[in-house]
Write a protein that binds this ligand. Structure first.
Ligand code: FAD
Length: 570
């Protein structure tokens, strides 16, 4: 089997992966050989879709402060964020914004020339730094351009990683398959950074790209690393109906209204102070309550919705600040938001959970770090604030890049290649190709997505969660009889889909079990049968470990340095 060797490997080339890559190259000053493996082309990572902005405190002279950003984040998290992590984050962010500025990003600016910032949900000060409504695209392009100034790295675009190898508690290698040639190979390195993004394609109605299937989390879980807080899935209040495409929260940040079928701005009843700019968990629940109580609209697709009204913002503001969402609404719904309101409802949008790491992004396995949406460093707790995710990718991309580079520079040798395990992994894929059976992969995938939408959505309860768990397990069993039509190795998208589905099924089991066992409501996890937060029993992170009998759950205390939990009011 072909073996590729580097000092550091980064798995994933989204915002977190690219920021980590830049830090590795910068810290090592040419002394490190870096490999970047990604199942997409570089500028096809999901991060290019980020729209509304990136949070940072830039206006202390106008009333913002690091403490205020930290408080907003902790309150938004429903007190499940680790507060030492939050402070580290808010302190690092202003420098990250200026660094991107120096690397050439075209931040939107105010008439006085200063970098502009706009309001976002759950933030008590306008601190969303933005580049129109294409922030992620410009951030990715800036990092990509800057990386070109360095040598010392090799890209493996369109390589699908399939297994992380761990020996004696230490990183030992990675197996991956080159879609373009069909080659299956083993990668060796001293350090690995997992930056593979979230899992929201596990849901049917989602804002996410097709590639966001939680592969890194599932591989880490199977390699023995615990997953943290997986039951906390964010539903974004403004998924465009019926496609689920995101209408950025910046639309409300710029002054957009949410209305029910009576024409009322119903957020008055749920978050009278912050109204449409309440945190996402509260706005999403408000919308679902309106729809379920007959105060929403019904779309021909059968989906209930409420309206997002931007018409009062005026043509100029929409063209300048929200050009992308206008284009999307016209192309996908034939509606120009300058003239008419848009149909929206909550869509699966972000995984607060991920691979358990410490404050430096280090996993419990020696030599492996995780960053970005794949990781759960415990910044977002039970509910992430908008614009804190791209920001997290920058901060922990940088931290993990530095730590992995230092580790690699101190370690003389690269661990031996576990060739036998890599061959076993290749055998697993070959067996999947040869498998005979009558099950259709895409039926199983559709069923999984529908059941996650229906039973593990904005509101949850014991009975439907139990049904969901049984069904996920039944779907896992059905995977054993799936027949793939394409038997080749080159661009075999059937095989990619099968591997992704196996990953999503493993994660679904963890998500549902975590949700079932968390008998309280906190942040994005809203149980109808346990509507209150229960700090006595559940002010704790969930850790899920893989076992032959399914996920084994443990609980870990939350780090509270400054603020004790209080009731959240907005
Ligand atoms: C539509 C939309 C808009 C958003 N807007 C904002 C915003 O304005 N502000 C904000 O803060 N957040 C926003 N978010 C959230 C934010 O965009 C993401 O959380 C963030 O970009 C994730 O970046 P990442 O680097 O962790 O992962 P990604 O960008 O998803 O990158 C993952 C990488 O891993 C690779 N990969 C995955 N699996 C494998 C595998 N098996 N083998 C090899 N490679 C693999 C992929 O190819 C890719 O390169 C938005 C999310 C959505 C859905």
């Amino acid at each position: 089997m072909q073996t590729y060797t580097h000092d550091v490997l980064i798995l994933g080339s989204g915002l977190a992966g690219l920021r980590a890559a830049l830090e590795v190259l910068h810290v090592s000053g040419g002394r490190i050989d870096l490999g970047i493996v990604s199942k997409t082309q570089l500028m096809r990572a999901h991060s290019v879709c980020a729209e509304g902005g990136t949070a940072a405190v830039l206006r202390t002279d106008e009333g913002d402060s690091l403490e205020l950003h930290a408080w907003d984040t902790v309150k938004g998290s429903d007190f499940l964020a680790d507060q030492d992590v939050v402070f580290r984050f808010v302190e690092a962010m202003p420098k990250e914004i200026l660094r991107l500025e120096h690397w050439g990003i075209p931040w939107s600016r105010r008439p006085d020339g200063r970098i502009n910032q706009r309001p976002f949900g759950g933030h008590s000060f306008p601190r969303a730094t933005f580049a129109a409504d294409k922030t992620g695209f410009f951030e990715m392009q800036t990092l990509y351009d800057t990386i070109q100034r360095y040598g010392g790295f090799k890209r493996y675009d369109e390589w699908v990683a399939t297994r992380i190898l761990v020996k004696d508690g230490t990183f030992a290698g990675l197996t991956a398959w080159d879609l373009t040639t069909g080659e299956f190979a083993l990668f060796r390195a001293k350090a690995l950074i997992i930056a593979t993004g979230g899992f929201c394609r596990i849901y049917g109605f989602t804002t996410y790209s097709y590639t966001v299937t939680g592969d890194g989390m599932a591989m880490a879980y199977r390699a023995g690393m615990p997953l943290k807080d997986m039951e906390f899935v964010q539903f974004h209040p403004t998924g465009l109906v019926p496609s689920g495409i995101l209408i950025t929260e910046a639309a409300r940040g710029e002054g957009g209204y949410l209305r029910n079928r009576e024409g009322r701005r119903f957020m008055e009843d749920y978050a009278p102070k912050m109204m449409e700019l309440g945190p996402r968990d509260i706005v999403a629940r408000a919308e679902m309550t309106e729809i379920e109580n007959g105060r929403g609209f019904e779309h021909p697709s059968g989906l209930g919705y409420v309206e997002l009204d931007l018409t009062h913002l005026g043509r100029e503001r929409i063209l300048e600040r929200l050009p992308l969402i206008r284009e999307v609404a016209i192309k996908f719904n034939g509606i120009d938001p300058i003239e008419k309101p848009l149909p929206v409802r909550p869509a699966a949008h972000y995984s607060m959970g991920g691979i358990h790491t410490d404050i430096d992004g280090k996993t419990p396995v020696e030599g492996i770090w995780a960053a970005g949406e794949a990781a759960a460093v415990s910044l977002h707790g039970a509910n992430r604030l908008g614009t804190n995710s791209t920001a997290e990718c920058l901060v922990w991309g940088s931290i993990t890049g530095r730590k992995a580079a230092e580790h690699a520079m101190h370690q003389r040798t690269i661990p031996d290649a576990p060739v036998r395990e890599a061959e076993e992994e290749q055998g697993r894929l070959e067996a999947l190709l040869r498998q005979r059976g009558t099950e259709n992969l895409y039926d199983i995938r559709s069923r999984l997505r529908r059941l996650m939408d229906e039973k593990v959505g904005v509101f949850r309860e014991e009975k439907s969660l139990r049904e969901a768990l049984d069904e996920v397990r039944a779907l896992k069993a059905r995977m054993g009889s799936v027949k793939l039509d394409d038997k080749g190795w080159v661009y075999n998208t059937d095989l990619v889909s099968a591997l992704e589905l196996q990953n999503m099924l493993d994660l679904a089991e963890v998500i549902v079990l975590g949700a079932l066992e968390r008998r309280e409501s906190r942040g994005a996890h809203a149980r109808r049968d346990y509507p209150k937060r229960d700090d006595e029993r559940f002010l704790a992170h969930t850790l899920a470990y893989r076992s032959d009998d399914g996920p084994r759950l443990e609980y870990l205390p939350v780090t509270i340095t400054t603020w004790k939990p209080v009731e959240r009011k907005y």
